[in-house]
Design a protein around this ligand. Structure first.
Ligand SMILES: Nc1nc2c(ncn2[C@@H]2O[C@H](COP(=O)(O)OP(=O)(O)OP(=O)(O)O)[C@@H](O)[C@H]2O)c(=O)[nH]1
Ligand SMILES: [Mg+2]
Length: 455
């Protein structure tokens, strides 16, 4: 069945130097020929792939814009189909007008991610790479970009292919052993069998272990500044943000609602929430703020718990730190410029990093930055090595490693080779789900529905 011709604006909507309209599908070159007149008079259908022509777009007799048109011939295009890209002047009016014209001539609007979906269905890219395309659009920061570029180069895909090759080879060997059980020439070599499976498993574990840190590099980390009133949370927020974002006064209970700011720290983006000081209060407005602060803490991926070094901890503070200790938690002793009265031994039970700063005088911030990056584990990974960029990728790999562990266990406990084969088969299945060779329609649809239109 021939797919319908789809079209969309592929550049950002709004004012810009250039706007691009992408048209894909069998017949798309003929379609654009009906609205485009090249300067030289040549028709697009006479051109070979990867060829550009300058000319004008006409709506019947009316000239719309001077454009450059680029022709791709299947299978050598992004989608694997015939594709035409029209580069016009960037105003929203012109791009939309040309797009409407393309629709009038028979194309239909592309669904979100439909170009990339067709690329996947036509075997141009696997599902891992398709997911990374989406991330490239939304990536911010140098390392996030490096990760996305690595994924687009197929670094993760290649690693998965390598593991698949090892598993397929092992399965072939297993079937030889199963077919010739009594032949001495085909004696089962348990050591090499185990070595191969272990090697495959370790390659997958490498990717799995980088998942959390990789996720942080790409998405940034939800960071909550919390603590008792008046300890200097908002001052810290402002110091990290470099702007007076939160109101600071000497009156306890100044911050009531949540104040948010995005801050770059090294290669990591922190989405910071400054919250109301947590304590028991009768004030109805403040108590809503305290409730919001507590809710925000539940979603936090990193907690900066601020205490005041010029006084000892209250029982409430000790209790709060205790209830948060399972999280990525840094204890920040603020007001280091004042005479210190805090007994540090009270932190021993929490075994959490304690950092001394003066948010007001901007002292100790380097140490804080370093401790945050160490805690998040982003300094230890090289995004160019390939990182997993979705929960789906992470979970399928976990399933695959689990199956490989079962295969190793089966060998160790002397089970039949059949049991080993079943486990390796199931690991291989998971990897095929990951690359999309065996992914269900539902999964595929869900992945592409998260794309923006035009990709
Ligand atoms: N000496 C000193 N004072 C500080 C420091 N950080 C904050 N302060 C002062 O402490 C008071 C409270 O600061 P905020 O930043 O508003 O404290 P907060 O924790 O946000 O307070 P609430 O919003 O009321 O919970 C202000 O007078 C600040 O100037 C510091 O490092 N040293
Ligand atoms: Mg505050």
């Amino acid at each position: 069945m021939r797919e319908e011709i789809i079209a969309a604006i592929s550049t950002a909507q709004g004012q810009g130097g250039i706007g691009a309209i992408r048209v894909s599908g069998f017949g798309s070159i003929d379609l654009v020929d009906r609205i485009f007149h090249s300067r030289s008079g040549v028709l697009l259908k006479e051109l070979s792939g990867y060829t550009a022509r300058m000319g004008k777009i006409y709506d019947e007799k009316e000239e719309l814009d001077e454009v450059v048109v680029l022709v791709y011939r299947n299978p050598h295009s992004y989608t694997g189909e015939d594709v035409v890209e029209i580069f016009c002047h960037g105003g929203l009016y012109v791009t939309k007008k040309i797009l409407r014209l393309v629709f009038e001539k028979g194309a239909r609007p592309a669904n979100p991610g439909e170009f990339t979906k067709r690329a996947f269905l036509n075997g141009k890219i696997d599902l891992i790479k398709a997911e990374s395309v989406m991330k490239i659009i939304s990536a911010t920061g140098k390392n996030a970009m490096r990760a996305a570029v690595a994924a687009n180069d197929g670094v993760v895909s290649k690693k998965i292919e390598q593991v698949k090759d090892i598993l397929v080879e092992t399965l072939a060997q297993l079937s030889v052993w199963a077919d010739y059980p009594d032949d001495d020439d085909f004696d089962v070599d348990y050591n090499s069998l185990k070595e191969k499976i272990t090697d495959a498993r370790e390659k997958l574990i490498f990717l799995i272990n980088n998942y959390d840190a990789g996720k942080i590099l790409i998405n940034g980390v939800n960071t909550v500044i919390a603590g008792a009133p008046n300890v200097g949370k908002s001052t810290l927020m402002n110091t990290l943000a470099g702007v007076e974002k939160s109101i600071v006064t000497e009156i306890p209970g100044t911050t009531r609602d949540i104040v948010e700011e995005t801050v770059s720290l090294g290669d990591v983006t922190l989405h910071i929430s400054d919250t109301a000081g947590i304590h028991a209060t009768e004030d109805p407005v403040e108590s809503i703020g305290v409730k919001r602060a507590k809710n925000r803490l539940k979603e936090a991926e990193l907690i900066l718990f601020v205490v005041d070094g010029s006084r000892n901890l209250t029982n409430d503070e000790i209790e709060m730190i205790n209830s948060l200790k399972e999280n990525n938690l840094l204890i920040i002793v603020n007001k280091s410029d004042l005479p210190q009265r805090l007994d540090y031994s009270c932190f021993d039970v929490f075994s959490k990093a304690v950092i001394k700063i003066s948010a007001k005088n901007v002292e100790g911030l380097d140490m804080l930055e370093q401790s945050i990056l160490e805690m998040l584990g982003t300094t230890q990974i090289d995004p160019a090595e390939g990182i997993l960029i979705s929960e789906r990728q992470f979970l399928t790999l976990k399933n695959a490693t689990k199956a490989l562990s079962e295969a190793i266990d089966a060998i160790n406990s002397g089970l039949t080779l059949d049991a080993v084969t079943v486990s390796i088969d199931s690991a291989l299945d998971e990897l095929c789900v990951l690359t999309g060779e065996k992914a269900s329609q539902k999964v595929v649809d869900e992945i592409f529905s998260k794309f923006c239109v035009g990709k």
